[in-house]
Write a protein that binds this ligand. Structure first.
Ligand SMILES: *Cc1c(COP(=O)(O)O)cnc(C)c1O
Length: 215
C-alpha cells in the first residue's frame, strides 16, 4: 500500500496548528515510504526494532530524528545511542542507567521519556508510580540523559471512555514528576490519537493511518 499523502498532509497541518509533534511510525515499512514523507519535509520517524532502526539510519538522510518507541533491551542500547533522538520506552531504572552509561561514553546527552503503565487490559510494559518516584529521586545524578517527558499506551479496546480515562490518568501522573522543562506527553496512535490530544498529548505516534496496515 502506498503512503497516504493527502491524509498525511491534513493530519500534519492540523497537528502543527496545535503545536503537537507527529511521529510517523515507519516500523516494517520500506525506506521509500520514509523518503516519501521526508521529501515533504517530515523529519520525525518512529521505529520499534533495534536492527531495523540501525539499518534505516545508515541508509537514510542524517537529519532524520529517529524516535525509538519499542521495548528496548539494555544490551541493545549501545547500538542506537550514537544517533537516537528520543527513547520513548524507558520502562525500568536499569534501562535508564544503561542509557546514561552509553551516553556518557559518547559524551552525548540522550533524551528519554518514561513509559508509564496505564493500560488496564493488556499487560504492557511501563513504570508504576513508585518506580517513577524512585527515578525522580535519582534523576539529578544522571548527567547523560534528559528525562523530557512521558509516554503511554492505552488499552486496545473499543471502549473510548476507558481509553480516555487511561490517557487522563497518564496526564495526571505527568504532573507529579519534577521535569526540568515543559514535558513531552507522548500518547496517541492511529486509532486513539484524537482522544489522547483531548487528554493533553503533545506528541502522537501514528503508523498505519499514514503507511497502511502492517503484516
Ligand atoms: C506501532 C506503534 C505505534 C503506531 O501504531 P499505529 O496503530 O500503526 O498508529 C505507536 N506507538 C507504539 C509504541 C507502537 O509500537
Amino acid at each position: 500500500m502506498p503512503v497516504n499523502i493527502p491524509l498525511y498532509t491534513s493530519i500534519s497541518a492540523q497537528l502543527a496548528q496545535q503545536n503537537i509533534t507527529l511521529i510517523a511510525v515507519s516500523k516494517t515499512k520500506p525506506n521509500e515510504d520514509i523518503m516519501a514523507l521526508y521529501e515533504l519535509g517530515h523529519r520525525d520517524f518512529g521505529e520499534n526494532y533495534v536492527q531495523e532502526l540501525v539499518a534505516k539510519q545508515q541508509a537514510l538522510p542524517a537529519d532524520i530524528r529517529w524516535h525509538f518507541i519499542g521495548h528496548l533491551q539494555s544490551n541493545k542500547v549501545k547500538m542506537i545511542a550514537p544517533f537516537v533522538h528520543l527513547i520513548h520506552g524507558v520502562d525500568s531504572n536499569k534501562l535508564l542507567l544503561e542509557i546514561n552509561k552509553q551516553g556518557a561514553k559518547l559524551n552525548r546527552n540522550i533524551g528519554c521519556l518514561l513509559q508509564v503503565y496505564i493500560a488496564k487490559e493488556d499487560s504492557k510494559f511501563g513504570l508504576d508510580e513508585s518506580e517513577i518516584l524512585e527515578i525522580a529521586t535519582i534523576q539529578s545524578t544522571l548527567h547523560s540523559v534528559s528525562i523530557r517527558g512521558m509516554m503511554g499506551m492505552a488499552s486496545f479496546t473499543n471502549d473510548t471512555e476507558q481509553v480516555r480515562r487511561e490517557f487522563g490518568n497518564m496526564f495526571t501522573i505527568s504532573k507529579t514528576f519534577p521535569f526540568a522543562t515543559a514535558p513531552i506527553i507522548s500518547m496517541g496512535m492511529s486509532n486513539d490519537y484524537p482522544i489522547a490530544i483531548e487528554e493533553g498529548s503533545n506528541m502522537v505516534r501514528i503508523g498505519s493511518l499514514l503507511f497502511g496496515s502492517r503484516q
